[in-house]
Design a protein around this ligand. Structure first.
Ligand code: DAH
Length: 341
């Protein structure tokens, strides 16, 4: 047995010299001093030897084990250094190669448009006022002069929640109530941007979620002419300096009188095309003078205060501006669409 141990030591030391990489080294280690290695097996079987041999064999086995472990460690260091040098040589950097382009993210077209819209309104003195997506039935409807069971509610297909009278806002108009209640009786000029939700079939023209930008100005002597001038100023800055604007009479429960704002079709310059359905005009916003009931619900005395309000769809505005034909692109996450902006 002693002889076998000595042989094992000499053989292993000899093999160590020829081992060329770390995996071969691991293998040699496993076959000798590893858990299932020969030396380990010998050490485990010492108990079965005749008593007089045990001591000598045990001592020798331990010596061999230590010697081999030390030799393996030395060889391991050498191999590691060699491998590192080879890696460095193989991976040498050619500084004359052109760099690899880094793909950068970009701002979603809806958010880009929102930022442009904020800038324009900020220049006209309108601050951004944030209000929540989850709203009360009161703010979304009743306080906007749309009482329960009133047929006007049919204009907005609503996502209700399991909580009674809590819903996903169908428009940004409930933010008007919140802003007024916070600031009354101070005059205010705010825009209220954000996501709205409607329980609707998704089609080319309608999504169940979309951004709106609402606007509200309340003060002492605000008139319809202020509304018209302000909307025209916005339209020309957003859609182009020489756009024609027109106003059509309309109806919304929270404004009186109510109007809709059209801009001359951007794609055909008013000549008539598919996008403007051959009318030459594109509808960009609903608007009007804030209804006295709504002013009162917001905390303003309607005999002393007046105001105007408007609401427009952000994705719709981008579609009109760039001739995008399908609103589903906005949340479709197709890079071919998103990268065009
Ligand atoms: N809230 C309306 C809608 O989503 C849009 C609107 C119309 C907002 C007229 C207004 C307004 O502030 O005055 O259909």
């Amino acid at each position: 047995m002693l002889k076998r141990l000595e042989e094992l030591k000499q053989n292993t030391l000899k093999q160590l010299k020829t081992v060329g990489d770390s995996s071969a080294l691991r293998e040699l280690e496993g076959a000798t001093i590893g858990k299932k290695g020969e030396l380990t097996t010998i050490l485990r079987s010492i108990g079965t030897l005749p008593a007089e041999e045990r001591k000598a064999v045990g001592e020798k086995a331990n010596q061999v084990k230590q010697a081999l472990a030390a030799a393996i460690e030395v060889r391991e260091e050498e191999i590691r250094a060699q491998e590192m040098a080879a890696d460095m040589q193989a991976g040498a950097i050619d500084v004359t190669l052109p760099g690899r382009p880094i793909a950068t993210g970009r701002i979603h077209p809806a958010n880009q448009a929102l930022r442009d819209i904020y800038d324009i309104w900020a220049e006209m003195g309108f601050q951004v006022y944030r209000s929540p997506d989850v709203e009360t039935d009161d703010n979304n409807f009743s306080l906007l002069n749309i009482p329960p069971y009133h047929p006007a509610r049919d204009m907005w297909d609503t996502f209700h929640t399991t909580e009674p009278d809590v819903l996903l806002r169908t428009h940004t108009s409930p933010g008007q109530i919140r802003a007024m209640q916070e600031y009354a009786p101070e005059p205010i000029r705010v825009i209220l941007p954000g996501m709205c939700y409607r329980y609707e079939q998704v089609t080319v023209r309608s999504e169940f979620q979309f951004n709106q930008v609402e606007g509200l100005a309340v003060g002492y002597n605000i008139r319809m002419t202020d509304l018209k001038g302000t909307m025209a100023a916005f339209a020309r800055r957003f859609y182009g300096a020489d756009r024609q604007v027109r106003f059509r009479s309309s109806h919304f429960p929270f404004t009186e009188p109510s109007i809709e704002v059209d801009v001359q079709c951007i794609l055909c310059d008013g000549a008539g095309c598919q996008v403007c359905k051959y009318t030459g005009w594109l509808e960009i916003a609903g608007a009007g003078m804030v209804h006295p009931v709504v002013l009162k619900n917001g905390g303003y005395e309607p005999t002393r205060f007046s105001g105007f309000a408007f609401g427009m769809g952000t994705e719709r505005s981008i579609m009109l501006k760039h001739g995008v034909q399908d609103i589903r692109h906005f949340w479709g996450n197709d890079l071919r669409f998103l990268e065009q902006f």
